[in-house]
Design a protein around this ligand. Structure first.
Ligand code: SAH
Length: 400
């Protein structure tokens, strides 16, 4: 029999609802085992509830893998889950215009703690938990057998690993290391260089793919301001769609250098009115307001502002500030695509903040679309935490 975690009386409900996390506070007795060990979870009567991997260091003591007592967690289990997750991306794999997407999205794909992204011939993996960490070589071997990539690169440098008692680690796991100059991928028919070694996350914000395409459809002939542009995802989409001008603002110089290469890669390198502007968006927007600059399409895609519940209020002040400035810079009839990737800020709360910003900016605003993450970053119903990216496509229809 496997080591057993016994829950406190009355704490089995989330497990029965198939939520994959068991917090330390729900546990009555746990075994003395190494991080990553497979355990069984039972109620006080000893009834089997689920099976998962254990980490005594993490507040999330167990991440559940199966609720089926007859399903062992063995090599065949991991293989089945990997195969199924990759197979769910079949539609994307068949689209020659897009060669970069998420193959495994951790809990939401029933593989807690594991991220696998495909960038052309390379895979990038993140092991976010001890349970994945101890099996990473086995999982990498399986990914090699399944997908035959040119190389697998590890980007286990997310700060959440520290809460699991794991060090940050980056480096090649299998095959060839990716080129330092960047891997060339395609997204919606456009080309991008992605820095797999030191870019953000695993290199590219794959969760915004559909929103970039959507913004492109509004960009023709418009003066576009892309705030928090990173390597130019929205900028390339807007310029390729025939925007009159595109200003990209980011505080990271390497990101803007890559944005420049990405515009050039798509034959958009010599548009005289486009600008790559290094700077702090909060300050740049204030400067533009002083100069009475006007735009027809603004994108606000900031980094995560709220990393813990205690930061939600300050995050909302940040969101309100930039959205207020954006509404002031928008021409009547202009569009704002505004996002939050803070999981702790709900879609409802975000909409309220954007409303407050519009009121204070003297703008009457319509929501044309509610936006979210791409389907290769799915939301598992039993794990609502997997819904993190929310956005609104707004139109300013009056100045009041
Ligand atoms: N929209 C991008 C992703 C944005 S990620 C895309 O489609 O790829 C957030 C970006 O904001 C990062 O590139 C980071 O360098 C930048 N950033 C963070 N804080 C900033 C600030 N105060 N001013 C300007 N850029 C900032």
């Amino acid at each position: 029999m496997l080591p057993t975690v016994t829950l406190k009386r009355g704490r089995e409900k989330p497990v029965r609802l198939r939520h994959p996390w068991i917090f330390s506070g729900a546990i009555a007795r746990s075994p003395a085992v190494e991080p990553g060990t497979i355990v069984e979870v039972r109620d006080t009567q000893g009834t089997f509830l689920a099976r998962g991997y254990f980490n005594p260091t993490s507040q999330i003591r167990v991440r559940l893998l199966t609720w089926d007592e007859a399903e062992p967690i063995d090599t065949a289990f991991w293989r089945r889950r990997l195969v199924a997750s990759c197979a769910r991306r079949g539609g994307l794999a068949a689209d020659a215009g897009t060669t970069a997407y998420r193959l495994v999205s951790a809990e939401a794909d029933l593989l807690p703690g594991l991220i696998v992204d495909r960038y052309g011939d390379w895979l990038v993996v993140q092991a976010l938990t001890a349970g994945i960490e101890v099996r990473l070589d086995e999982l990498a071997t399986q990914l090699e057998e399944l997908l035959a990539p040119r190389g697998i690169y590890e980007r286990s440098d997310e700060a959440v690993r520290e809460r699991e008692g794991l060090p940050l680690r980056v480096g090649p796991l299998a095959g060839e290391p990716p080129p330092a100059a960047g891997v060339e991928i395609r997204e919606n028919g456009l080309g991008f260089f992605v820095d797999l070694i030191s870019g953000h996350k695993t290199g590219f914000y794959l969760d915004q793919r559909e929103n970039r395409e959507l913004v492109g459809t509004y960009a023709r002939g418009r003066r576009v301001l892309n705030c928090f542009s990173y390597t130019g995802g929205f900028s390339v989409a807007a310029a390729a769609a025939g925007a009159a001008r595109v200003i990209s603002v980011d505080s990271s110089e390497p990101a803007l250098q890559l944005a420049e290469r990405n515009l050039a890669l798509n034959g958009l390198g010599d548009r005289p009115n486009d600008t790559l502007l290094p700077g702090n968006v909060f300050e740049v927007l204030r400067g533009f307001r002083t100069e009475e600059r006007r735009f027809d399409l603004i994108v606000l895609d900031p980094p995560k502002f709220a990393h813990s519940a205690g930061q939600v209020e300050a995050a909302c002040r940040g969101y309100k500030d930039i959205n207020l400035l954006a509404f002031q810079l928008l021409e009547v009839g202009g569009y704002l695509a505004t996002f939050s990737c803070s999981g702790l800020v709900s879609a409802d709360l975000f909409q309220k903040v954007v409303f407050g910003a519009a009121l204070d900016a003297g703008a009457e605003v319509q929501i044309l679309r509610r936006l979210s993450q791409t389907p290769d970053h799915p939301v598992l119903l039993s794990f609502p935490e997997s819904a993190y990216l929310k956005g609104l496509l707004c139109q300013k229809i009056l100045e009041v």
